[in-house]
Design a protein around this ligand. Sequence first.
Ligand code: PMP
Length: 453
Amino acid sequence: MLSNSLIELDRAHLVHPVASYRSHEKAGVRVLTSAKGATVTDATGRQLVDGFAGLWCVNAGYGQESIIEAATRQLQELPYATGYFGLGSEPAIRLAAELAERAPGDLNHVYFTLGGSDAVDSTIRFIRYYYNAQGRPQKDQFISVEQGYHGSSVVGAGLTALPAFHAGFGVPYDWQHKIPSHYAYRNPAGETSEAIIAASVAALRAKVEALGQERVAAFYVEPIQGSGGVLVPPKGWMKAMRALCAELDILFIADEVITGFGRTGPLFACLDDDVVPDFMTVAKGLTSGYVPMGAVFMSDRIYDTIADGAGAAAVGHGYTYSAHPVSAAVGLACLKLYEDSLLENGRKAGARLMAGLESLKSHPLVGDVRGRGMLAAIELVVDKERKTPLPASAEPSRKIFDRAWENGLVIRAFYNGVLGYAPPLCCTDAEIDAIIERTARTLDQTLEDPAVR
Ligand code: PMP
């Protein structure tokens, strides 16, 4: 049983990430106590299907013995090794090599971080260094996409384009710019792929022209925008944007923190999009959330320019926990699981998930269904014709999350009535069916809420 004292201690001392502190104090914490496969158990004994894999990160599912054994072995043999002073550890070296072998194109150089935010931050530092090494310091303007998410660090939060991450924090900075999202369901250019791609190409071209091509450093994208509401660009969008960046001489950064490691089908979404970025960032599925780790991939050209630019001097960027051996050992174990079975299972489960969500399209509240692989969303509206969002008074984020929870399902309920799905890749057919059935029940209950009418 969950003791009241734990709730009190949480209220008094634990500051939660991305939370309304006062609402959280009122509601009290929900404590998770154990998990296995795709099922999590809370302190009251309630079992739930985790339709969101924690925070879209437990791609391998909970309780995987091979991951636990790899971490345990590494903790016993060598729990820590720095990468400073020319030192290293075997799992970190092997993981970098295995990842480079599988990454798109010539992304052969891997810099390990602690998560996604510092991976994005690291790209900004590397990009500045790269242009300085070339004698082009004026290339210092960065562009990203509205509704995009690139972390919540002091710098990366300004590339993120979600209001909650800006308000009160003094970001974005004046060197951080945005172009509109491809957001098909609500795109002023219409919903056809050609129109959406043409609009994005025109927007980036115009933005670069306005800033001056010689001043623009890089353009950041997510292959699928995650935290913005699982916004899937049309096929060909990534390729068109990549080609435009090459033409305009600006670096193209693919942020695969969510889309990496089987989330959309292949190991990296860029492989499906047939795109080779200049940098790629990953985290989450890299270690399936068992321990923290992220990574930055960079191309041969970038790495060589930075290395030659520094010469004998140190490139002054690094963390105590860069390339942590326990995280790397977990990363190797995850990679093996993905390739042995989970990528394939995820592809099958993803098709079942998408078909199930499509079947909900006839529900009066479901305006849009979108996704790829095990990454999906439904967007709720009160009027399908007009695409009218749920009113704020319906408190979608809290109330729909709570209803799903009562129904034995964890989902992401965004503030605007978008429901996000990213289940572990190990899901069985029965678990996917449970996600759909419990979503349907949650939608029926939401329809009965007077605030939604
Ligand atoms: N980039 C993207 C695309 C993300 O989705 C996230 C996290 N959701 C981040 C960066 C930041 O990662 P982290 O929370 O591990 O710092």
